[in-house]
Design a protein around this ligand. Structure first.
Ligand code: ADP
Length: 447
């Protein structure tokens, strides 16, 4: 087992990883920017190192500074969390080149899945179904037109290097195709320094259903069931559920069997998430995330498993020690992402938190690095807390989340808590019959 783990992240996820390390008896090193000197993840770590000024590119993305911090403190492994360097294959390689362990998959798999065309090609060859679309990058407009004609409009132009919902444009008909390609290329070049794009059929009423996988270095692969992340605004998830209200246990088992067989063949290691669109009873793979997900707690709640602990054990070479048959699902879990944003305009609202009270009680979990007096900095992601509930059934989980939101107090800044209450009270949400397009309309309709 590791002697000391450096956590290359901030906020709630840094705390989440610290908690797992603490329970495993492993000391942690926090890294932080100058803007985060007073942050909770720094206060709770055994040691901390300042790695640069506020801008992420100079601190949390500063590979030399992070590797130096690990060397100076004698850490022997690095956990990247999510975001920042978690899906940077070069970083994973450099960590290993410095004789440290990267707590995650191999750099080759990170690179493969980071290129969405490569990921789709690999998954198709392993028997995983895809959304109909181009088999490679779009090179030529005439080719694109004939393909779009074949698969049928609307089509979606997506960035090969895409992430966070950026570099995606819909073309409703042939007249809009050239513009969609040009805009997706421009956005992708600006965001990712790569303008390769591909085409997919734009599905008009899918759900986003993703599967949590864990694989050890000895060929054992299990899945921990699905999460339904269909509630999105601008392709960003806001509220997630486990399990999906749309899926039966038999469908979960079938999807799980296909996915675990594919990843076993690939020789994949550590945590991963396969994302699918689900429509008319069919699953279609869209991408794989080679890291821990923001929404991993809902899976932990229904499986009773600590995914970060599993990641650490596997990175240290330990076996899973259980099989698929040992993984049991119990009840229903919901997560609300609470952002420091105006709940109507979604403008970020950084500033001083004057009072903070986290909800509690049976089946309530709060993953947050907030405290009263904390200054939410303007430099990073606006998510300030995740409120997670677990209950025997979905209606009970919804009632519990309502109660937990009413108890939750953040003063001094506006948050998206009121929006979550509105969602929970909506009959369509309560029916469980929503698609990825529902929230966008709901948010628009409310104002
Ligand atoms: P990113 O990596 O930027 O998050 P994804 O490929 O995971 O991109 O897609 C993000 C979201 O965009 C999906 O959850 C879904 O809501 C929407 N989306 C992606 N592909 C399609 C598609 N072919 N049809 C309709 N919606 C899509």
């Amino acid at each position: 087992m590791f002697q000391k783990i450096l956590i290359a992240n901030r906020g709630e996820i840094a705390l989440r990883i610290q908690r797992a390390c603490c329970e495993l008896g492993i000391p942690t090193v926090a890294v932080h920017s100058t803007a985060d000197a007073e942050a909770m993840h720094v206060r709770l770590a055994d040691e901390s190192v300042c790695i640069g000024p506020p801008a992420a590119k100079d601190s949390y993305l500063n590979i030399p500074a992070i590797l130096s911090a690990a060397t100076i403190t004698g850490a022997d492994a690095i956990h990247p969390g999510y975001g920042f360097l978690s899906e940077n294959a070069r970083f994973a390689e450099m960590v290993e080149a410095h004789g440290l362990t990267f707590i995650g998959p191999s750099s080759a798999h990170i690179r493969m899945m980071g290129d969405k065309i490569e990921a789709k090609t690999a998954m198709a060859s392993l028997g995983v179904p895809l959304v109909p679309g181009s088999h490679g990058a779009i090179e030529d407009i005439l080719e694109a037109k004939s393909l779009a004609e074949k698969i049928g409009y609307p089509v979606l132009i997506k960035a090969t290097a895409g992430g966070g919902g950026r570099g995606m444009k819909v073309a409703l008909n042939e007249g809009g195709l050239e513009d969609a390609i040009r805009l997706a290329r421009t956005e992708s070049r600006a965001a990712f320094g790569n303008d390769a794009v591909y085409m997919e059929k734009y599905l008009e009423r899918p759900r986003h259903i993703e599967l949590q996988i864990m694989a050890d270095a000895h060929g054992n692969v299990v899945h921990f069931g699905e999460r339904d992340c269909s509630l999105q605004r601008r392709h960003q998830k806001l509220l997630e559920e486990a399990g999906s209200p749309a899926l039966t246990a038999a469908q979960r088992d079938a999807l799980g069997a296909t996915a675990t067989a594919a990843l076993a063949k690939l020789g994949y290691r550590n945590a991963g998430t396969l994302e699918f669109l689900y429509q008319d009873g069919q699953f279609a793979f869209i991408e794989m995330n080679t890291r821990l997900q923001v929404e991993h707690p809902v899976t932990e709640m229904v499986c009773g498993i600590d995914l970060v602990r599993e990641q650490i054990r596997i990175a240290a070479g330990q076996k899973l020690g259980y099989t698929q048959a040992d993984v049991k699902f119990s009840g229903h879990a919901i997560e609300c992402r609470i952002n420091a944003e105006d709940p109507d305009t979604f403008m970020p609202t950084p500033g001083r938190v004057t009072a903070f009270h986290a909800s509690g009680g049976l089946g309530v979990r709060v993953d947050s690095a907030l405290y009263a007096g904390y200054m939410v900095p303007p430099f990073y992601d606006s998510m300030i807390a995740k409120l997670i509930v677990h209950a025997p059934t979905r209606p009970e989980a919804i009632a519990r989340m309502r109660r937990a939101i009413e108890e939750f107090v953040v003063m001094g800044i506006q948050t998206t808590l009121p929006l979550h209450l509105r969602i929970l009270d909506d009959p369509t949400f309560q029916s469980g019959e929503y698609t990825i397009h529902w929230l966008e309309r709901f948010v628009g309709a409310g104002h």
